[in-house]
Design a protein. Structure first.
Length: 414
């Protein structure tokens, strides 16, 4: 391109070109660095330098100060993105709320979680249970429901006793506030493996009761490793101890209790519920109704020869098989009279199982009599006593009923 210009014209052309270049440079600079929000460099009297962002949102001025330009640029970019995505609402929060949100973000950063995720978890797992009853109240409701459902008195008593212990420790709290560590510690504080097993079982029932009513969300008791009971052998009575019990039982109105326990293997709880009308001595059958059975299942128990001999001394037409009046005191007195200082748990029933299996060597037969499974009978009662002791046990009889097949009690004691 040719220009015919004098010196003044060339000067004018150069000025125009210079202005265009400056304008282009400014335009390029404005594109590379956004103008909003404005970042100002501040130098304080102390000589310290800071960078301040100042913006006006909905008539409210927002200022934030940073130590470095990089921090200010990062915050400015966050503001630009927020304004693009959410508009002015992103900056409508009060300063203290925004500061709190920033702290929350820092707390969640190691877990790679967001504020939304944290809030949703809190709503789902805390706030929704805020109106749930206390543990004290839940235990009372559970016991009351057991009564309405016609649960047995001993079942209700066990619920009240075991869960009452838990309520005594944590009653004023909600189940959702209880931690796994607290549940594990409470179960483990029991004195014996059997007690720990019972605590875990009852506490699991409490959690399930609450979960069904939306008062809890997880059964922490089930997460506790079941205590090892070491499959301990059941405590049984020796032939001599059985003989002494039979000898003294009548003095304390416990002849039927001892006879049914030793020679029929009935549970103590079953003996408390059976009426003499269910005992058919002529047919050699004891009917344990579902209402009397621990497992709520009806069964017939055979009256063997040994039991038949003892029942002839105390059989009645009707009425409770075991007199409930002062029962525990009378049983304690009987044990003292028989010289038994340590009465095994379910000792009468366990003795029956051991001596019955030893004499018959038939898991199924013994299990049928006791209302248990053959596997349980084999595991608990196999080889606990010698066959010779079993023969002596089943030969126990009142002296007046002795014959060639039955050894008199005095002979057995000796």
């Amino acid at each position: 391109m040719n220009y015919c210009l004098d010196k003044s014209g060339k000067k004018w052309q150069n000025e125009q070109m210079k202005r265009k270049l400056v304008a282009a440079a400014r335009s390029q600079k404005s594109k590379s660095k956004p103008s909003w929000p404005c970042i100002l460099r501040r130098v304080y009297p102390s000589g310290q330098v800071a960078y301040q962002i100042g913006v006006m949102i909905n008539g409210v001025r927002i200022r934030e100060t940073f130590k470095t330009r990089d921090e200010a640029d990062t915050r400015a970019e966050q503001m630009r993105v927020a304004r693009q995505n959410e508009g002015a609402a992103a900056f409508a929060l009060a300063t203290d709320v925004r500061v709190e949100a920033a702290k929350c973000i820092e707390m969640l950063r190691p877990y790679d979680a967001t504020i939304i995720e944290a809030c949703q978890h809190y709503v789902d797992h805390v706030l929704r249970y805020r109106t749930a009853p206390s543990i004290d109240e839940i235990v009372e409701k559970m016991v009351a429901d057991a009564g309405k459902a016609n649960r047995r008195p001993d079942t209700i008593a066990e619920l009240r006793q075991r869960l009452g212990q838990f309520a005594a420790d944590y009653g004023d709290r909600r189940l959702t506030s209880i931690t796994f560590e607290e549940v594990e510690q409470w179960i483990g504080a029991a004195n014996s493996p059997r007690s720990r097993i019972n605590r875990r079982r009852k506490l699991g029932q409490l959690f399930n009761f609450a979960i069904r009513r939306k008062w809890a969300e997880e059964n922490l008791a089930l997460l506790v490793t079941p205590p090892d009971n070491d499959d301990q052998e059941p405590g049984i009575l020796s032939v001599e101890q059985c003989a002494r019990l039979l000898e003294h039982a009548g003095k304390f109105d416990l002849a039927s209790y001892v006879a049914f326990g030793l020679f029929a293997g009935l549970r103590a709880s079953e003996l408390e519920r059976i009426d003499w009308s269910k005992v058919k001595l002529a047919e050699r059958i004891i009917t344990v109704d579902a209402s009397a059975s621990k497992v709520r299942s009806r069964r017939n128990v055979e009256i063997n020869d040994t039991l038949a001999v003892w029942l002839k001394l105390c059989v009645k037409k009707s009425g409770p098989v075991v007199n409930p009046v002062n029962f525990l005191d009378r049983r304690k007195s009987l044990a003292t009279a028989a010289g038994i200082t340590d009465w095994p748990h379910n000792g009468l029933r366990h003795s029956f199982g051991s001596y019955h299996l030893a004499i018959h060597n038939d898991d199924l037969k013994t299990a049928f009599q006791m209302g248990n499974s053959p596997t349980m009978v084999h595991r608990h009662y196999k080889a606990l006593v010698a066959k010779s002791d079993a023969e002596r046990f089943w030969a126990l009889a009142p002296a007046s009923a002795a014959n060639d097949k039955i050894v008199e009690m005095k002979a057995a004691i000796a």
